[in-house]
Design a protein. Structure first.
Length: 459
């Protein structure tokens, strides 16, 4: 075969079939049929023993009936939805993106590896792309500027690294959700290109090396319901423009280096249910949060907050987790804390709180963790606490508490850890402690307990 180029000899099978394939494509004048492309996908990914995803992918079945496949009325594939299918292998985007009508490509929560091929750029009709929660370890994300129709993009927790092609968002004006968190991208400032995308409702850019300040223009993205920027290296103050995002449901800025006060205007975020600014250096008081009565989770620990807690916190009916530990708060705790809310966890430890322990904390019968240690709380343990039967951990050590431990509390049935050490508590340890079947650690030393034993037990 003198006309045969030499390199055809060096890679016989693949090249040969490719030529054959091109030949038939040419004479039939069509793109490879959708079915062939799906079969290629199946063979590329059918490497896991525990996947049942492709059971129905047999040529005896209609392609549009394959698990995870959706077709349009012309019988062309529009959606591939194969998330959470234990798939392994390298995604053959070079062939997948030849599906002419493909709008949704969803492979989240699998074990795909290898590169995300540049061919992704030919999937120009995509509205929905989910490659999140995979193992593309060591690969960088390709430029995706040509996917200008995209509305949903999930690449979070997928092992990507290198510099992210932020410019790709310039013309992606319809983008609604953007999740890129938990990847090892090169450090980058907050991507200005997303600030023009006025349909955005969801940004998840936690733990992906964003640095510098939050730009004031964030306030233009009025549709935001979720803004997650935790675990980055961000600095400066939280911009007042955040107060324009009146649809916010969650704001997570935790574990950065933010400074200054909570901005005036935060009070406007009446739909806010989850606020986490823990592990920063934020100062000032909480008066901006006074009216945010839809809060479910309020996490402010490890900052430099000071002042008294708004008494309104005691009226919040949905509050489940309240963590204020390691700040400089002073004054009393709102005394009706727990009267309404089904708390799971309250932590106010390592502050300068004074006054009594709110008596109704266990009223709703839900709380599991109560951490009040290292404050200057006074008075007795409330008698109502005999009803704290759901409590697993109860720490009130290093306060100025006095009186006796009310009947029943030594014997709370689910307590694992009970620490009242370093107070001025008196009286005996009563025999009902025999009901404390789960107790792992009891500390009561440095009190005025009547048996004059220094109690420290690791059961
Ligand atoms: C599939 O299972 C067989 C035997 O159970 C095992 O030898 C093989 O390594 C497995 N293959 C994969 C890809 O897990
Ligand atoms: C994925 O694997 C897990 C455990 O190996 C199994 O329980 C589950 O059914 C598998 N899921 C699918 C869709 O095959
Ligand atoms: C798809 O499957 C259903 C039953 O599972 C069958 O009734 C239907 O005819 C199939 N459609 C095609 C196009 O094969
Ligand atoms: C992360 O990606 C998955 C899909 O892979 C998505 O379901 C999830 O909502 C994303 N997480 C966030 C916080 O955006
Ligand atoms: C966005 O569109 C403009 C105008 O069509 C074009 O000049 C620019 O290159 C596009 N940006 C990207 C990143 O594709
Ligand atoms: C933004 O959303 C609105 C309402 O859903 C829609 O009509 C509009 O087309 C979207 N804008 C873009 C650029 O896709
Ligand atoms: C941050 O992302 C890395 C991967 O880049 C991951 O290993 C780590 O667990 C993530 N950290 C958190 C707190 O989620
Ligand atoms: C955060 O950024 C500062 C300077 O901008 C740098 O010195 C520091 O090492 C960074 N920290 C981390 C954890 O990246
Ligand atoms: C918090 O209190 C400690 C101990 O009194 C003090 O050293 C520190 O300066 C205070 N910080 C702020 C921000 O008020
Ligand atoms: C409350 O905190 C616990 C962990 O301390 C967590 O498991 C739970 O999901 C949180 N609940 C809410 C509603 O955020
Ligand atoms: C408790 O009060 C004493 C004296 O009033 C003060 O010295 C101490 O710093 C306070 N401790 C806490 C944790 O508030
Ligand atoms: C404990 O709860 C029961 C039932 O809700 C109630 O009758 C009782 O008065 C409570 N005890 C205390 C000391 O609050």
């Amino acid at each position: 075969m003198p006309f045969c180029p030499p390199y055809a000899m060096s890679r016989p099978p693949l090249y040969f079939f490719y030529l054959l394939f091109c030949f038939f494509s040419l004479i039939s004048g069509i793109q490879p049929a959708d079915l062939q492309i799906l079969m290629k996908l199946k063979s590329a990914l059918q490497t896991s023993n525990c996947t049942s995803a492709f059971k129905s992918w047999e040529s005896s079945n209609s392609m549009c009936n394959f698990t995870g496949i959706t077709c349009n009325s012309d019988g062309s594939v529009t959606e591939i939805e194969l998330s959470r299918q234990n798939l392994t292998g390298v995604l053959p985007l070079d062939s997948i993106c030849q599906l002419q009508s493909l709008e949704k490509l969803s492979f989240g929560f699998n074990n795909l590896h290898g590169p995300i091929m540049d061919d992704l750029n030919t999937c120009v009709k995509l509205l929905y792309l989910d490659l999140g929660n995979n193992l593309f370890l060591g690969w960088s994300a390709p430029d995706i500027s040509s996917l200008s129709q995209l509305q949903y993009l999930y690449l979070n927790r997928s092992g990507l690294s290198g510099s992210f092609p932020w410019k790709s968002f310039q013309n992606m004006t319809g983008l609604v959700r953007l999740s890129l968190g938990h990847n090892l991208f090169n450090p980058s400032p907050f991507p200005n290109d997303v600030l023009q995308l006025t349909n955005l409702t969801w940004i998840h850019l936690s733990n992906c090396s964003i640095q510098g300040t939050i730009p004031a223009e964030i306030g233009n993205l009025k549709e935001f319901i979720n803004l997650e920027l935790s675990c980055n290296n961000m600095t400066g103050e939280i911009p007042v423009e955040i107060g324009n995002l009146v649809n916010l449901w969650q704001l997570d800025l935790s574990n950065n280096s933010f400074t200054g006060k909570l901005p005036v205007g935060l009070r406007n975020l009446s739909k806010l249910e989850r606020l986490d600014v823990s592990m920063n250096s934020i100062e000032g008081d909480l008066s901006e949060l006074r009216l945010l009565s839809n809060l479910v989770s309020l996490e402010l620990f490890q900052n430099k907050f000071s002042g008294q807690l708004p008494t309104e916190f005691g009226e919040f009916k949905k509050l489940v987790n309240l963590t204020l530990n390691k700040n400089n708060f002073t004054g009393p705790l709102p005394q009706n804390l727990g009267s309404w809310a089904k708390f799971e966890k309250i932590s106010v430890s390592y502050n300068f709180f004074t006054g009594p322990i709110p008596p109704d904390i266990c009223k709703q019968g839900t709380i599991k963790g109560l951490f009040m240690h290292h404050n200057n709380l006074t008075d007795e343990i409330p008698a109502n606490f005999v009803n704290c039967t759901t409590l697993l951990e109860f720490r009130i050590n290093d306060n100025l508490l006095s009186g006796t431990v009310p009947a029943g509390i030594w014997g709370l049935p689910n307590l694992l850890i009970f620490d009242i050490s370093f107070n001025s508590i008196e009286g005996p340890i009563t025999s009902d402690i025999k009901h404390a079947k789960s107790l792992v650690a009891l500390r009561a030393e440095n009190n005025r307990l009547s048996d004059r034993r220094r109690v420290r037990a690791e059961v």
